[in-house]
Write a protein that binds this ligand. Sequence first.
Ligand code: HEM
Length: 500
Amino acid sequence: MVHHTQAPTILATPNHNILTTGNGNPVDDNQNSMTAGEFGPILLQDFHLIDKLSHFDRERVPERVVHAKGAGAHGHFEVTADLSKLTSAKFLAKPGTKTPVFARFSTVGGEKGSSDSARDPRGFAVKFYTEEGNWDMVGNNTPVFFIRDPLKFPDFIHTQKRNPQTNLKDADAFWDFLSLSHESLHQVAILFSNRGTPAGYRHMDGFSSHTLKLVNAQGEAHLVKWHFKTDQGIKNWTDAEALELNKTNPDSATEDLFNAIDKGEFPSWTVHLQVMKEADAANYKWNVFDVTKVWPHADYPLQKIGKLTLDRNPQNYFAEVEQAAFSPSHMVPGIDVTNDKMLQGRLFSYPDTHRHRLGANYLQLPINQPYRANVNHHQRDGPATYSQNFNNYPNYEPQSQDPKGPAQQLHDVRAKYSSVTLNGQTGRYPHRKSDDDYKQPGDLYRLMKGKEQDDLIANLVGHMSNVKNPEIVKRQIGHFAKADPEWGRRVEEGLKAAKK
Ligand code: HEM
């Protein structure tokens, strides 16, 4: 009796020099359709033609609604520290343990054919194929995000994409939304620094951004933020270089990653954690579940825990990169969720979009299969069920007919979500009024050195010059000024000069 799904064989046949139809018949002629007589109409019986055209008609799956343009590679993660005090996750328990991974990097706002050097955050998603199932670290190359409530995400993304009437990028909508959502200022400062145009995917860091949780064998939880520091060194394009690459090589980052791995120059990232005792969260000066805030390293230093290395290019872009489905809700025992509202929204949104984009059985696709774990459940059927569908195995529980049937693990502490104490009433609560949304962006502005700061101002002025509505510009300058008066003044002066 087969208890788990197995990767289906979808490789070319051993006789790959013989062209066949989809159902495996040899094809006699791939150049000429079958017709009724030499000059007559095409025959419906030409299965090869009909199958070829109709499959072609269905070649595209919808592109990702965000992060549509990306590149990916295989590799491994090696844990280099003993994390057993922090987590019971087996892949993190013993220094030296290696876990296979698949990583995908992406831009966010552009379509699948858009430029790799666009000013945009970069996605940094890593799928860890552990023996206890897959854990997906779905982060960005920035430690913070623009907003902190999932209810705002679709509106936010609408303003970063195309105007519904003109189908053009819309600077007014872009800055209107941001200036009315001042919690975005921190991420705006990063996006319009040169970190908004990284020189390829190998030269940027990755962050979980959210506060996640690690839970140890005793059920004790710690709050953590993940940091992936590039071993290649940070390298960014200036705005001018990025704009030039938009024209000359819109696939520059995709090409750079593929070629580096092809040449054996395997990119790697040193992985660190910031760790906070769960009990400290309530009294910390920043709301730790607000994804627009960082934990300053002086308060919570980086602790080195491992290395991520990418050393194998995909064999097939569609099967491996396009069909990859990452989700923050794909977790393993020892790694848990927190009350970060954005994270909570994402836990739902990703598998939901995967079911729409790839189908209900997206976890059976080879790239998404938790192939190192045993998969046993009662889900059955649905389009593209291309495993053995659990053969004749019980498809319900509780059941008494098959003693080996998959059963819930009521007494397995590690299988449970860690519980948190809650109080208060249900409601739609804004983030704490005491949260200061200007201090961290202001600190970041003041931390930037001369040229970095000059570039930030120039990049902001370049983009905001496209805004037609002066009220929007005024409102956004007000936010810069509130974070640092000089920042506001310089953007204002820059915009005036640009107008002249
Ligand atoms: C992709 C939703 C916030 C990182 C996506 C996708 C959706 C989505 C629907 C497309 C997934 C697919 O088609 O496979 C949301 C929502 C958010 C949110 C609703 C807020 C409530 C964030 C944040 C981060 C992030 C804060 C980073 C910390 C990513 C990455 C991808 C992605 C890296 C691309 C994954 C890949 O390479 O396939 N997001 N997102 N998102 N998101 Fe988010």
